[in-house]
Design a protein around this ligand. Structure first.
Ligand SMILES: [Fe+2]
Length: 330
């Protein structure tokens, strides 16, 4: 399907005219039903860059495989650019795995991550919780009871310096809503979704943010994804995804976002793959992985890297995956 098929001809002409005359798109109000795909807005004259950020997701830091050196290399690479980012967004899975480890092993992983972050990062950082940042949920393997201090999401909340597991902040004229998409599941250790409390918060946030303020969502597990097809069973000829692969409540979230055309971007990690999807007025970006394939080389052809994202005052988004040159060490 052509990218313009979903836009009425009149709307398309309006946006095209704005492009030709160099009008500032931020002066054109967001009108429900007058949707335009984000890709159509890139390259429009008159817009101003609001913010450049580096989305550094899935670091999976551990004492082994020189993961700390890799994390340091990624941070140095981003900060030494000629036009460096002003913000680092981490997309979750900062440590190798906490779901199935004991207290000593979880501490060993956080120690490396904290040390490198303190030594190598001078930019503001905002964090998002990933499934592997949650301690002990696989009780049998982790040999935890659930009564330990910091069990579950608390360790991540503490290490990330969060006041709570989901939150909002403003930067560069954009509103960011950082979500917690990790919840227990009956069929798996975790599933991707929002709880009722958080969904009500999201509804309220979107209702209260001015309609002219562009909004970016950040979640570890993708809300919308095409790349998940990589993980289906080729023998079955059916698309069946495990509970933890993508948000199970995607339909509910997408329908909410449709009521708020100023939601322009949804960033995710988790898959260690890159994708850019324009769907129903929102750009869905999955940001690869700083660790590539868990520090053992590229994952399905996606190298160790991070996503460089430019946000503009008209709500448009440009993105580029940056491989920072890491070579896996045996
Ligand atoms: Fe991951």
């Amino acid at each position: 399907m052509n990218q313009h098929d979903s836009i009425g001809r009149r709307e398309f002409l309006t946006w095209s005219a704005a492009a030709l005359t160099g009008a500032t798109l931020s002066t054109i109000p967001f009108v429900p039903g007058n949707r335009v795909e984000a890709a159509d807005m890139t390259g429009v004259a008159g817009r101003k860059r609001s913010l450049r950020l580096a989305h550094m997701t899935d670091m999976h830091v551990q004492p082994e495989l020189s993961a700390g050196d890799g994390m340091a290399a990624a941070l140095k690479h981003a900060q030494s650019m000629q036009d460096p980012p002003q913000l680092i967004l981490t997309g979750g899975d900062m440590v190798m795995d906490l779901l199935g480890v004991d207290a000593a092993r979880s501490k060993a992983q956080w120690d490396v991550w904290q040390k490198v972050l303190k030594q190598e990062c001078s930019l503001p950082v905002k964090h998002c919780i990933g499934n592997h940042d949650v301690w002990g949920w696989n009780k049998k393997v982790s040999k935890t009871t659930g009564q330990e201090s910091g069990w579950g999401k608390q360790q991540a909340i503490d290490h990330f310096g969060l006041s709570r597991r989901y939150y909002g902040f403003d930067q560069g004229g954009w509103r960011f809503l950082v979500l917690d998409s990790i919840f227990p599941s009956s069929s798996s250790v975790y599933a991707g979704r929002l709880d009722d409390e958080q969904f009500a918060w999201l509804q309220n946030e979107l209702k209260n943010v001015p309609a002219t303020t562009p909004v970016a969502l950040v979640s570890h597990i993708p809300i919308v994804s095409v790349a998940v097809l990589e993980f289906t069973n080729p023998a079955s000829n059916e698309i069946r995804l495990s509970a933890g692969m993508v948000h199970g409540d995607a339909q509910k979230i997408v329908r909410l976002l449709r009521k708020h055309p100023n939601v322009k971007l949804a960033l995710s990690g988790h898959l260690h793959l890159t994708e850019r999807i324009e769907y129903s007025g929102v750009t869905y970006l999955c940001g690869g992985a700083v660790c590539g394939g868990w520090w053992k080389g590229p994952h399905h052809g996606t190298p160790e890297g991070y996503l460089l994202v430019d946000l503009f005052d008209d709500g448009s988004v440009e993105s580029r995956y940056v491989a920072y040159g890491w070579k896996a060490r045996a």
